[in-house]
Write a protein that binds this ligand. Structure first.
Ligand SMILES: [Zn+2]
Length: 314
């Protein structure tokens, strides 16, 4: 590969609510007189945890996002982490419905202003970014419609996708009408699948949900790898997050997925909760036995399939 052809390094999967820097979280918790939960301290220390423990830790950071300036800080944390690792952009998952309606801790207007200010500053540093809405899978499709009801009337131009996350609790075929509605509004469709749910969810998300991008896909079988490869469906892989939250999936399937021709790329997921950046994730991929060519392929996919680079604003 010529040095002229090196594509930009993109963090393909990072959550706003999981982005806050631990130093900022500790200081803010102290200021408020809140106790940082042991689950979060454990994750900061590199301990694996069941998904439920992760949710508690994740929610602690999310609870701090109750002002425009805190939301801006979270977006900037994602941007700084990307920049420090030599990255050129990031696809940012956000959960406005959770913060605005479920927790009722911030208005939608303040939330979007915080995101917009953070992303504008990131742009001034030369970083590309876009936003993907994250709905909670285990709250079901009705919740998915509520997310769309909340955001579609005044959707900011930097929002380019709609995704499901959380526990893989409801079948993707039931989500298909929600995905159709999001698609009709000009959004691309992604889903966390095959992470805390069975590998068959990846298959279902694609064939029954019409999902065009998979996050994690860890538990997919070889036949599903073939499907992913055949259709050119991108898969965002986050080694540190997977090691902490899906430690039973070992060895990590990334080398097999790449060998099967799946368009995998690296992301950080919740790097403020499970400390990592694109440098650690690249090192983790190398530690799985991937050589320079395979790492270059990950980086190329990362740029070619990134929604922060590849999709025109709506
Ligand atoms: Zn995620």
């Amino acid at each position: 590969m010529s040095h002229l052809a090196i594509p930009p390094l993109i963090d393909r999967h990072t959550h706003l609510e999981g982005a806050l820097d631990p130093v900022w979280v500790r200081a803010e918790a102290e200021r408020r007189g809140w106790t940082v939960p042991p689950s979060l301290i454990g994750l900061w220390g590199g301990n694996a945890t069941p998904f439920e423990g992760f949710i508690e830790a994740f929610l602690f950071g999310a609870a701090l996002l109750d002002s425009r300036s805190a939301v801006r800080e979270a977006a900037l944390a994602a941007a700084r982490r990307t920049l420090r690792a030599g990255g050129a952009g990031f696809d940012l998952w956000v959960s406005p419905h959770f913060l605005v309606v479920h927790r009722a801790q911030i208005t939608l207007e303040e939330f979007w202003l915080g995101v917009e200010e953070g992303l504008a500053e990131a742009s001034s540093w030369g970083l590309a970014s876009c936003v993907i809405l994250d709905a909670v899978n285990h709250f079901g499709p009705k919740h998915g419609h509520s997310v769309l009801n909340l955001v579609l009337p005044e959707l900011p131009p930097f929002v380019r996708g709609f995704s499901t996350g959380g526990l893989e609790g409801s079948p993707f075929r039931d989500w298909a009408p929600v995905f159709d509605r999001a698609r009709a509004a000009g959004l691309r469709i992604a889903a966390h699948a095959g992470e805390n749910g069975p590998g068959s969810n990846v298959h279902e998300a694609i064939l029954e949900g019409g999902v065009e991008r998979i996050v994690h896909g860890l538990r997919a079988d070889e036949a599903t790898f073939e499907l992913l490869a055949e259709r050119g469906i991108p898969v965002d892989v986050c080694p540190s997050s997977n090691g902490a939250l899906a430690s039973d999936v070992s060895p990590h399937p990334l080398p097999r997925m790449l060998a099967a021709g799946v368009r995998c790329a690296l992301g950080t997921d919740d790097p403020g909760v499970i400390p990592c950046d694109l440098t650690t994730e690249t090192a983790a991929a190398r530690a799985m036995g991937l050589d320079d060519d395979a790492l270059a392929t990950l980086r190329r996919h990362g740029a070619e399939d990134a929604w922060c680079l590849g999709i025109e604003p709506r």
